[in-house]
Design a protein around this ligand. Structure first.
Ligand SMILES: Cc1ncc(COP(=O)(O)O)c(C=O)c1O
Length: 421
């Protein structure tokens, strides 16, 4: 059955004047975020958790979008918000947004001594990727509490590149070693424990989450039996998918967390054990659909195929070149796409992988038209880079009628600031 669900920011696309005014002031390529949609996404998630769990903790995954203004907006909305951080820079971004490190989970991989020391000294909850990570941490100091990232031997994700569990995944402690990891930690004097398991991103299958929690609980059962340890928290990680296409259906968080809670609660109730807190680390599901990238058509080439070139390409939005990810695109002013042409959308980058869309049906466009690329709030700006020595885009927050620059456009001087010539 085919569904056709409108994008929640569809109503903005027709506002040609709004986008013309904003781009006149801030230029293109430009990331625009809807404050209202971020708050709404958080509300949906929090309500579902509140209804189903006695104790829960939301750690926003900073990697999805580390703009501190946006994180602050989230923190203002959910005062108890924590952060999932995977680098010292992400802990810093959380701090800039007034999220204290003791509310954060730090999950690195192949963590350097320096990174571990930073997270340890900051006081973040440390979630280790491997037993070897524990040995490195030990040489720095040991916290009272530790968690390990479990790789249960399977994973799922929107693309093979974003599956983070399974035998081909570089992440986490394999299930056959997890008891050894906790045993070592216990022997070394760790008093409190958590466990984390994040097996992939962009997961729209609601049945996966109850399956995942059941598998985590099997590991916990083994840990309890062999080591008699209690978990203070279980983090299901992030990975909650969002629709990138009109015929994809978003997750109903109420349904997802009701199903997870049923399994989670009965496990601990049946054993008369204290329930751990459920932690989640959502990134994409908080900011993904709240971001629009505006690019301006700079050139149209009729070659062996039609190319529409804009002023932002893979350096501004990496996901299509990196994963072949699909993003809905509209001609600003036309929220309903009429299929007048079929074209590849590209940018100014000297790589043939520089594509934002391939063989896309689209309305007729001319040079100077604005194109809105949807669902770029997560892994959009945060994955952007300076290839071809192009400064990174500006970011603007739209809150009701109010627009605010939350990151100025990078300059060429910014790029060379650290160079000695
Ligand atoms: C450890 C961890 N937590 C959370 C996330 C956030 O995932 P998502 O943006 O899919 O919710 C990721 C993403 O890679 C991750 O690696």
């Amino acid at each position: 059955m085919k569904f056709n669900i409108m994008h929640p920011l569809n109503h903005l696309i027709v506002k040609k004047n709004l986008f013309s005014t904003i781009t006149l002031e801030y230029g293109t390529p430009l990331y625009i975020y809807s404050a209202e949609l971020i708050r709404e996404n958080l509300d949906r998630l929090e309500l579902a958790l509140k209804m189903n769990f006695q104790k829960y903790h939301i750690c926003y995954a900073v990697k999805a979008n580390s703009n501190p203004h946006l994180i602050k907006l989230m923190k203002n909305h959910i005062p108890d918000l924590g952060a999932d951080c995977s680098s010292p820079g992400e802990i810093h971004a959380a701090k800039l947004a007034s999220i204290q490190p003791n509310k954060c989970i730090y999950t690195g991989n192949y963590e350097s001594y320096e990174d571990l020391e930073f997270a340890f000294k900051a006081g973040a909850h440390i979630n280790l990727d491997d037993i070897s990570s524990f040995h490195r941490l030990r040489s720095i100091g040991l916290p009272e509490e530790i968690s390990f990232r479990l790789n249960p031997g399977f994973g799922i994700g929107a693309f093979s590149q974003i599956v983070t569990g399974g035998e081909n995944s570089k992440f986490g402690v394999p299930h056959y070693d997890i008891v050894n990891a906790y045993r070592l930690a216990k022997e070394m004097g760790i008093k409190k424990f958590g466990i984390q398991c994040m097996t992939g991103s962009g997961v729209l299958d609601r049945n996966y989450y109850p399956y995942l929690i059941s598998e985590i609980l099997k590991t916990i059962q083994q840990l309890t039996a062999e080591l008699d340890i209690h978990m203070d928290y279980i983090s299901l990680g992030g990975g909650y998918g969002i629709p990138y296409k009109d015929d994809e259906i978003g997750l109903d968080f109420n349904q997802v967390f009701r199903d997870v809670a049923k399994i989670f609660n009965s496990y601990f109730e049946e054993r008369n054990k204290k329930k751990p807190a459920l932690w989640v680390e959502p990134g994409k599901s908080v900011v993904g659909n709240a971001g629009i990238l505006l690019t301006r058509v700079t050139g149209i080439k009729e070659s062996y195929k039609t190319f529409i070139g804009g002023d932002g390409g893979m350096e501004t939005l990496m996901r299509p070149a990196l994963y072949g990810a699909y993003h809905r695109m509209y001609k600003v002013g036309e929220a309903e796409t009429s299929n007048e042409i079929t074209a590849d959308f590209t940018g100014p980058i000297c790589e043939n992988t520089d594509r934002l869309a391939v063989d896309r049906d689209f309305p007729q466009v001319i040079e100077g038209d604005l194109i809105a690329i949807m669902d770029v709030g997560a892994y959009g700006f945060s994955m952007s880079h300076n290839f071809n020595t192009r400064p990174r885009a500006a970011e603007v927050l739209l809150d009701g009628e109010k627009t605010q620059l939350i990151r100025r456009r990078e300059t060429i001087d910014d790029i060379f600031r650290n160079c000695h010539v």
